[in-house]
Ligand binder design. Sequence first.
Ligand SMILES: Cc1cc2nc3c(=O)[nH]c(=O)nc-3n(C[C@H](O)[C@H](O)[C@H](O)COP(=O)(O)O)c2cc1C
Length: 375
Amino acid sequence: MTDATSHAAARSAALSAVVSGAPSARVRLDRLWQRGRDFLGTPTAVMGGAMSWVSERHLVSAISNAGGFGVLACGSMGPDQLAAEIAGTRALTARPFGVNLINMHPALDQLIDVCREQAVGHVVIAGGLPSGATLRRIKDGGAKAMGFAPTLGAGRRMVKQGADALVIEGTEAGGHIGPVSTTVLAQEILPDLREVPVFVAGGIGRGEAILSYLELGAAGVQIGTRFVCATESIAHPNFKQAFMRASARDAQTSVQIDPRFPVIPVRALANEGSKRFMAFQRDIIAKVDAGVMSRDEGNLEIEHFWSGALRRAVVEGDVETGSLMAGQSVGMVTREQPVADILAELIAQAESALARRPSDEASLIPMAESPVGAL
Ligand SMILES: Cc1cc2nc3c(=O)[nH]c(=O)nc-3n(C[C@H](O)[C@H](O)[C@H](O)COP(=O)(O)O)c2cc1C
């Protein structure tokens, strides 16, 4: 079915639903992601996943203005830069947006304080499990605290320590990734972790996929790759071209060359930069082995490598030696589109899938809350 026909199908189903008195597909979708919408304060429970160098004021405000929830990527910014970026985003949108901070950032506490001073509503901690102290610092500042849960156990611990919501991100995603697929993580975590809203990320390219995770109990979703080629994204035209040309199989993971040195894998479009990372890794390991560098310093160096390589590709357009971080859904990125159109397309796909189903109220209950989910 083309997007035009799926739009038409959703519209006609909505019309017949009105005639029959059954709730329209949009009403049913809104009920399914109500928890996520309430948590984020947005019309749709679609988070724009923070992407270093890409998720700056323009893309973030565009996502929030279109009804999603934009998230600023702090990446390696210092406190002053972050303060300026938050203020710049606020100048472009009156809607809610969040800030993503990297757990291992040496100035993490000061960055949290900046979020507090700027009255940011939601802070997402990425790149490792946040400590209880970090979560408390965020919450004491009045913001909602979110973290990434790699397993059910880690998610439960984070909730006990005060996390207000979680993101689960599968290995299909772009950027730094875990080893488990989105579908498996979702099945392992969503039915059992109901205390806080959980947002699913990784490999989401169509609305039908959003719907399936909502039905499994997700409060909403987080999407990165699909937004890279948004018209409002400041990513270099070369970076966008590489995305539009690529297929799913081009988005490959970096290889860890020494089990004693647990480098977090990164998914990116394969290029000369991916090869250079191997040589860089060897160099760092040799330095750690020789006692010239500690493991922590080695990890930080590797983070700097990625941040620098991603900057070269996103900002300068060096798609040969820069890093083209991208998720497997990159094959579904075929053209530049305004954020509002991307969101409308995803919603129309979810609605049209709902409209094709019987409209009995039972189908509105997320699986985890239904008697079947409790078995
Ligand atoms: C270019 C790029 C940069 C990213 N940078 C970050 C980051 O700085 N912090 C973070 O938490 N996630 C980062 N991510 C992950 C996204 O926030 C999001 O969770 C992921 O893209 C979702 O999967 P998808 O790409 O399949 O939609 C990045 C992803 C991409 C593609």
